[in-house]
Design a protein around this ligand. Structure first.
Ligand SMILES: Cc1ncc(C[n+]2csc(CCOP(=O)(O)OP(=O)(O)O)c2C)c(N)n1
Length: 607
């Protein structure tokens, strides 16, 4: 760790640095981030792009009194280091270490816990209204990327902010990238602004022009710089934001510390809402990350072994089937890479829609496509589909439309932590009429489910984690039918949802093991068979117990006249604040020991 990183442990210490030392500090921050993230894993490219931004903000504003809200939060590593967390970086995104996202419980400098996109403007306006109602007087800065700016919440907040005239600063960190290349009309609009000139260029041209005025030039330039409008005159006029009631400053070179400090120092004194549009390079300072920011958006720790990915199975299936089936279309909400849609997007560009970070729109778009006769597949992470609950219910399921949801990163997600856990989908999907919910045990079964989905004419969700381990043989997929994996002469029946739970159950010596591939509808026939007096039924799911599979089983057995004992294994009624998949599973009892303990407790109880 460079000496300067060791020395600066708070914004107060940062403010002691002068111009040159500040630039050196930025270099040291970059070096530190690159070295650490290469071994811990994490969001490299976004954080490298926001180094000068974090330094300039902490240099100008007074946190924690002033509030900086980092949208999504994956770009906040420099902010974390400046605010005294450098020493904890060797345990970034690990249990006992620090989060990769801003987290209120971690530091007073993290003004809000972030992780999902496009929230920072709403939170900022909330803070602004609270401040004004309380008669306080602090600054609020919402930092939002051009990717996050495509999210519906950001538009809703802008609509409110422009009308209310609350004093707050929006920093639009524009690097032309979401995880992949940014998309949409707003992105095209920002490109136009970018092309129309850069802050420094304009400033210098104006400066030259004004100073060139004989005799009075330097006086005029000084006077211009002193007045608010004068400063603004040095910047571009932007119709859209201005007409919404939000003052626009930009575009500004976002790696030029001096420009950033200057503009933030100025907008601090504005009375109403201001948008500062800065241009940055994602991955700045690391040749690899800069040339391929998508690959380096989130990097894995160095020792990660190759995994078998469900997303690869999906990608191959879509490419293969779509050649002979022109009804298949696919949708992603800015996650083509993570969900396996890249190849499909290249091969079938007219049938693959990247809607930006707009899950709600994606769900209803899929509903519209299905109503129009297409066969839409929406590939999405479990945690982000939470955004589209009403659209699933109101648009897809009430209309009973054949939209297939491919729900990746379901269950515990590990290093992204509490904001990204995919453990609620079984609960929120199972409660919706007309929805069918599947969980494959491996890639082979997933492919069979995908093939089966082609002939299924109603809402369907298939949920799976990132990767799979052991593979099994696969019985024919039939609606509402489970699969017996192991039969034993035992009163113990373990009903498993997905491969992770099956891997744990398979270690139990003397038990009947069933893969509950249909989470909804349940296999009532098989349940009837195992609802015998004295049997112990253990349900195991990599998901929240409340409203999940286990409770559905218990409810079904109870309605049929409960003769057995039912134990539910899954996550309890608290947030899963855990950075390791294995530890998460173990914490819920999804392990050999966890299941064995459940059996032991039952046997003790029966004696
Ligand atoms: C609701 C939601 N959907 C998807 C994501 C996944 N995601 C994380 S970062 C990101 C791209 C953000 O792009 P941008 O805001 O421009 O930030 P950059 O990484 O370019 O700095 C996406 C899609 C998310 N965090 N939240």
């Amino acid at each position: 760790m460079d000496e300067i990183i060791r020395q600066v442990n708070s914004p107060k210490e940062l403010k002691k640095l002068n111009g040159r030392a500040l630039n050196d500090y930025c270099c040291a921050l970059r070096k530190f981030i690159i070295e650490t993230v290469r071994s811990t894993g994490g969001h490299l490219a976004s954080s490298l792009g926001a180094v000068e931004l974090a330094v300039a903000l902490h240099y100008v504003f007074d946190c924690p009194t002033d509030k900086i809200l980092w949208d999504v939060g994956h770009q906040s590593y420099a902010h974390k280091i400046i605010t005294g967390r450098a020493k904890q970086f060797d345990k970034l995104r690990q249990n006992g270490g620090i989060s990769g996202f801003p987290k209120m419980s971690e530091s007073e400098y993290d003004a809000f816990t972030m992780g999902h996109s496009s929230t920072s403007l709403s939170v900022g306006l909330g803070y602004a209204r609270a401040r004004d109602l309380s008669g306080d007087n602090y600054n609020i800065v919402s930092v939002i990327g051009d990717g996050a700016f495509t999210g519906g919440m950001a538009f809703e907040a802008l609509n409110d902010i422009g009308a209310t005239k609350a004093k707050m600063i929006i920093v639009l960190n524009d690097n032309k990238m979401s995880i992949s290349k940014n998309v949409g009309a707003m992105s095209q609009y920002l490109s136009k602004l970018r092309l129309s000139g850069k802050y420094n260029k304009i400033k210098n041209t104006v400066k030259k022009g004004v100073l060139g005025i004989p005799l009075f030039g330097s006086h005029i330039y000084k006077a211009l710089g002193k007045t608010k409008d004068g400063f603004k005159y040095l910047l571009q006029n932007n119709k859209m934001f201005e007409q919404m009631g939000i003052k626009y400053y930009g575009p500004i070179e976002g790696h030029n510390l001096k420009s950033l400090v200057e503009v933030f120092g100025h907008v601090k004194n504005e009375d109403g809402p201001v948008l500062v549009h800065i241009i940055t390079n994602k991955g700045m300072g690391d040749a690899g990350a800069q040339s391929d920011p998508t690959k380096f958006h989130g990097v894995q720790p160095e020792d990660t072994r190759a995994e078998k990915l469900y997303s690869d199975v999906l990608g191959e299936f879509l490419c293969r089937e779509s050649k002979n089936n022109d009804k298949i279309v696919a949708i992603t909400a800015a996650m083509a890479d993570g969900t396996g849609l890249c190849e499909f997007a290249t091969e079938f560009p007219n049938r693959c829609y990247d809607v930006g970070i707009a899950e709600q729109h994606a769900v209803t778009l899929a509903a519209g496509l299905a109503a129009g006769g297409m066969k839409p597949y929406f590939a999405v992470y479990s945690t982000f589909l939470q955004r589209g609950y009403d659209q699933i219910l109101h648009d897809v399921c009430i209309n009973n439309l054949p939209v297939t949801f491919l729900i990746d990163r379901a269950g515990a997600v590990g290093s992204d932590g509490v904001t990204h856990q995919g453990i609620y989908d079984l609960s929120y999907l199972s409660s919706v009429p007309n929805m069918t919910v599947l969980a494959p045990k491996d890639g082979i079964e997933f492919l069979e489910m995908l093939k089966w989905s082609l002939g299924f004419n109603a809402p369907l969700a298939i949920r799976y984690p990132k990767s799979y381990g052991s593979t099994y043989s696969c019985a024919k997929i039939e609606l509402g039918k489970w699969e017996k994996i192991k039969s034993a002469n035992s009163p113990v029946y373990i009903l498993c949802v997905g491969g992770r739970t099956l891997a744990a159950a398979n270690e139990i010596a003397n038990a009947n093991i069933i893969s509950a591939r249909f989470v909804k509808p349940l296999d009532f026939e098989m349940l009837d068979e195992i609802n015998k007096k004295g049997n112990l039924v253990i349900t195991v799911e990599d998901g929240a117990v409340k409203g999940g599979f286990g409770q559905a089983v218990l409810c079904a057995l109870n309605n049929a006249g409960l003769k057995c004992t039912v134990k539910n294994i899954g996550y309890g009624d608290e947030f899963l604040d855990n950075y390791s998949v294995r530890a998460s599973l173990e914490s819920a009892g999804i392990s050999k020991d966890g299941i064995e303990n459940t059996i032991k407790n039952f046997l003790n109880f029966m004696q």
